[in-house]
Design a protein around this ligand. Structure first.
Ligand code: MG
Length: 124
């Protein structure tokens, strides 16, 4: 990708979401951080705008959790190519997240350097 990235950050914990946004906003290759509070909210945003480049996704959320959202995205012709990085405190979910189509997995609390590196890898 030659242009800077627009990242969709999905987390039901508003403090996590703000921290993630502030972390991402400091990265040179990110133009915008769009926030969603659960998987259903995120899917609605993805249907409204076609300029999202990447998704950072929490697993445990009300309404629609991250693993369910992964399945919805991967089953959608228009969305299935989107890179998705799963962020969670639960390492036992790693295999399932990767099987359901996650491109990356990071343990919370995430470090800025790790997020930056993972985004860089997937943006190439
Ligand atoms: Mg959560």
């Amino acid at each position: 990708m030659s242009h800077n990235l627009i990242v969709l950050a999905v987390d039901d914990d508003m403090i996590n979401l703000k921290l993630l946004k502030s972390m991402l906003s400091k990265l040179d290759n990110i133009d915008e951080v769009v926030e969603a509070k659960n998987g259903a909210d995120a899917i609605n945003i993805l249907k409204e705008r076609d300029d999202i480049d990447m998704i950072l996704l929490d697993i445990i959320m009300p309404v629609m959790g991250g693993l369910e959202m992964l399945q919805v995205v991967r089953a959608d012709e228009n969305l299935k190519q989107l890179p998705i990085i799963v962020l969670t405190t639960d390492e036992t979910k790693k295999t399932e997240a990767l099987e359901k189509g996650a491109n990356g997995f990071l343990m919370k609390p995430v470090r800025a350097a790790d997020v930056a590196q993972k985004i860089q890898e997937l943006a190439l």
